[in-house]
Write a protein that binds this ligand. Structure first.
Ligand SMILES: [Zn+2]
Length: 178
């Protein structure tokens, strides 16, 4: 169910994103903290954004009705309030790579390749599931305005992300081999 450990993680330079994707909190946090392995969307992931780094942007609005389907994640979210920078609003909080997407119909019981049910407890019916291949949380979220769809990242924001990436990928490699 969980993604395999990144043994030889992507080089920092290959993770510099050109586009941003805005997600409401706490869902962005749940992806960035690796609880939520799929993003529910009404549309298919455009093919040109599969396998490329995207800046995960937490939009200004918090989803006050968010009901996390994983009790452990809900507990972690409670503990994270006021503590975790990845709960910042109006900032890029991580770089994510989506591998692709598939659709789960309202009557469908299973996702493709997932015979026991939806691909994750977070994956909703009547939605496209954008599979998160890897996610790289930023130590310091970068304040930024969001938009709909995949929007071009301002150069200054891309730069502020790029300077953080070598330390992030370095730590991920250490964690994977520890
Ligand atoms: Zn699915």
């Amino acid at each position: 169910m969980t993604a395999p450990a990144v043994l030889d993680g992507p080089a920092a330079a290959s993770l510099i994103p050109a586009r941003g994707l805005s997600i409401r909190q706490p869902w962005g946090w749940a992806i960035a903290r690796r609880w939520k392995p799929a993003e529910n969307r009404s549309r298919r992931l455009p093919l040109r954004y599969a396998g490329v780094p995207v800046a995960l942007h937490a939009s200004k609005q918090y989803d006050g009705f968010a009901d996390l389907p994983d009790p452990a994640a809900a507990k972690a979210l409670g503990a994270a309030q006021g503590e975790d920078p990845l709960l910042t609003l109006g900032a890029v909080i991580a770089v994510a790579v989506f591998s692709g997407s598939h659709y789960l119909s309202g009557t469908g019981q299973n996702c493709p390749g997932s015979p026991a049910g939806p691909c994750s407890p977070w994956s909703e019916p009547c939605q496209w599931h954008w599979a998160v291949a890897s996610v790289h949380p930023l130590a310091e979220p970068v304040p930024c305005r969001g938009a709909l769809g995949f929007w071009p990242l301002p150069a200054a924001v891309a730069e502020a992300i790029a300077v953080q990436l070598p330390a992030i990928t370095g730590n991920e490699k250490k964690e994977a081999t520890a």
